[in-house]
Design a protein around this ligand. Structure first.
Ligand code: ADP
Ligand code: MG
Length: 240
């Protein structure tokens, strides 16, 4: 579903992504972990082309991600993104947040978009909040709305960049449970997270990044029980 081949990216002198090769199969859940500054967010941002790359290639569902133009807009809408900071439209209601992209990008008519939005809000457990504004919701509820908004576009893959890092502890599980359910439903997902419980239970594969490189990838069991690289051992000893 997503193929990165020899992707390189610099920020000035900083070589933030170095020869990244990564293939994510349809229905696969890949958890990306690694120290702060290792390039995890940049990796996500290149997959939906919020960042350009210097060399290499990225393709989504067999189609190379172009640098610009109509085709880029279409391919990008196949890639959902859920950020640490929710990023809901503050001046739109919850319902409008979930219908906007459907109406503007997918050209769905308003009634059908609202029907779909209500179904999705119900699926993530916030149907009763549809007419409120984001600021009236808890962080956990806002993040679940953000997930519903991503789902509304029928994405082929959803990227989650530390979706629970900004949440109060008691709200983390309600968001992880929605993500677990998505994983079980067969959604293709790339999840940057420090939630190792989620990684163990939901991931098909763990990708460990350090200093702009993929240092190690393995099934969660193998990775957590028997990390091979010193970098991974060191990282795990600090967080577990
Ligand atoms: P992570 O998500 O793993 O913490 P990031 O991808 O956010 O790492 O950042 C990787 C490195 O790139 C960091 O050193 C960060 O400071 C740098 N960086 C990220 N975005 C930019 C940018 N827009 N301009 C310059 N440097 C950046
Ligand atoms: Mg990050």
């Amino acid at each position: 579903m997503v193929v990165l081949s020899q992707v390189n990216k610099h920020f000035g002198a900083l070589h933030v992504l170095q020869d990244i090769d990564l293939t994510i199969a349809r229905g696969e859940v890949v958890v990306v972990i690694g120290p702060s500054g290792s390039g995890k967010s940049t990796l996500c941002r290149t997959i939906n082309r919020l960042e350009t790359i210097d060399s290499g290639s990225i393709s989504i569902d067999g189609k190379p991600l172009p640098q610009e133009g109509r085709e880029l807009a279409r391919l990008r809408s196949d890639v959902g993104m859920v950020f640490q900071s929710f990023n809901l439209f503050a001046h739109k209601t919850v319902l409008e947040n979930v219908t906007l992209g459907q109406i503007k990008v997918r050209r769905t008519d308003k009634k059908a978009a609202e029907e779909k939005a209500r179904t999705l809000l119900d699926r993530v457990g916030v149907a009763s909040q549809a007419d409120k504004y984001p600021a009236q919701l808890s962080g956990g509820q806002q993040q679940r709305v953000a997930i519903a908004r991503a789902l509304a576009m029928d994405p082929k893959v959803i990227l989650f960049d530390e979706p629970t890092s900004a949440l109060d502890p008691e709200m983390i599980n309600e968001v992880l449970e929605v993500m677990q359910q998505l994983a079980r439903d067969g959604m293709t997902m790339v999840v940057v997270t420090h939630e190792m419980g989620f990684a163990r239970s939901a991931a098909n594969r763990v990708v460990f990044m350090a200093d702009g490189k993929i240092v190690e990838e393995a099934a969660p069991e193998a990775f957590f029980n028997n990390p091979r690289s010193d970098r991974a051992k060191d990282f795990l000893s600090k967080i577990l």
